[in-house]
Design a protein around this ligand. Structure first.
Ligand code: PLP
Length: 396
């Protein structure tokens, strides 16, 4: 159950429509207006001295920013949310909230690749050691915890290859080892509507709002929602780093929120239609989608998630680069590009064999990541079928 701003219990579909709005504070206008601004005025010296004004300076928040932060806090079941200018900035703000020189962190091997680069380059320079672990480790994470381990980072399902993690077991092991260990989750795939990492034992849930929240590929946005014990660390980190989202982007996040539930339902349905159809194709050796009953992560997905979204991957039978190009280049409905979560279907080839270390990728053949957009599923399938015909012709 979610709640509205006045604590009325409602389903999430209703919550996303009503959260973070206050029409009568804005002359009855239905949507929160875009507040732009750096300077905020104080009416008297006494009010300046008191430091109790709700808004103090543009970088520290506006009513537009606060509206979306509060809505996301409620949706994720947290204590507080800080918005960031991108999902990646939300990741780095969350990591930097908890570590200092000499610390050790446990990072899932299937994490979003830029997160990995931040650990390998920036955290390393700051004297923080990152150890990568197998996404399937579960409670075995306990064996990797050292006296200086400061945080455990999960992403379930993992980027690119969609392994589900036993987040409750990992969080319980971390908590049992020390209350000085923080559990951070990147929840971008599921969004707060389909997974609630804080309820599974994480302290912090990170979202790239760029993806499904914004939903139209027209803005970058990130958020960090934390539980009570983590909230002040995140607030300090965001404050010290000067993290603030753009006003227009925040408005687009609020606008996206209103339709998030219906869009996700469609992404889910179309994603499953494509995944099932691809499973039946001889060109494909494996479909990586945790909502498919024969996926290795299916039981965990069923236990921990309320739904699946439009992003999944496949492993192709080995084909020449020329045949792959014939498939990809002629697609009419699938765009090729980074990011996902918008209305348009996408496909992108990837190769994670070059950088995974704890759970090396051994699949033979090209891996492709698909994003099911909001188009009609039969149209998308026809486009892919024509692509496979071109691939076959180019393979002769
Ligand atoms: C896209 C993505 C991010 C980063 O979001 P940006 O807004 O592009 O910076 C972080 N984590 C995951 C899992 C993502 O897919």
């Amino acid at each position: 159950m979610a709640t509205t701003d006045d604590d009325t219990p409602v389903t999430p579909a209703t919550a996303v429509v009503h959260l973070g709005r206050e029409p009568h504070a804005h002359h009855g206008f239905v949507n929160v207006p875009v507040y732009r601004g750096s300077t905020v005025l104080y009416p008297t010296l006494a009010s300046l001295d008191a430091m109790t004004q709700a808004y103090t300076y543009g970088r520290r928040g506006t009513p537009t920013v606060r509206a979306l932060e509060d809505a996301l806090t409620r949706l994720a079941g947290g204590a507080d949310t800080k918005l960031a200018a991108s999902g990646y900035q939300a990741v780095t703000t969350a990591l930097l909230a908890f570590v200092e020189a000499g610390d050790h962190i446990l990072m899932v091997d299937t994490t979003y690749q830029p997160t990995r680069q931040f650990c390998d380059y920036m955290l390393r320079r700051l004297g923080v050691e990152t150890e990568y672990y197998d996404p399937l480790i579960g409670s075995g994470i306990a064996r990797l915890i050292r006296p200086n381990t400061r945080l455990v980072y999960v992403e379930s399902p993992g980027s690119q290859t969609f392994e589900m993690q036993d987040v409750p077991a990992i969080a319980a092991a971390a908590r049992a080892a020390s209350d000085k260990i923080w559990v951070l989750a990147d929840n971008t795939w599921a969004s707060p509507l389909y997974c609630q990492p804080l309820a599974l034992g994480a302290d912090v849930s990170i979202e790239a709002g760029t993806k499904y929240l914004v939903g139209h590929a027209d803005a970058l946005l990130g958020s960090v929602t934390s539980n009570k014990r983590a909230a002040r660390h995140i607030e300090r980190s965001a404050g010290h780093l000067g993290v603030c989202p753009g006003s227009e982007e925040t408005f687009l996040g609020l606008r996206g929120l209103r339709t998030l539930d219906v869009r996700l339902a469609r992404h889910q349905e179309t994603g499953l239609s494509l995944a099932r159809w691809l499973q039946g194709r001889t060109e494909i050796t494996r479909v990586m989608h945790p909502a498919l009953p024969d996926d290795p992560g299916h039981a965990l997905w069923k236990r921990d998630c309320k739904g699946s979204t439009g992003l999944f991957a496949v492993l192709l039978r080995p084909v020449s680069r020329r045949a792959l190009a014939a498939f990809l280049d002629g697609l009419k409905l699938f765009g090729m590009g980074y990011s996902w979560g918008g209305y348009e279907s996408l496909v992108i080839p990837f190769d994670c064999s070059s950088y995974r270390t704890a759970a090396p990728w051994t699949g033979e053949g090209q891996t492709l990541r698909f994003h099911a957009g909001l188009e009609n599923a039969d149209d998308l399938i026809a486009d892919l079928a024509a692509g496979f015909d071109r691939m076959a012709a180019a393979s002769i």
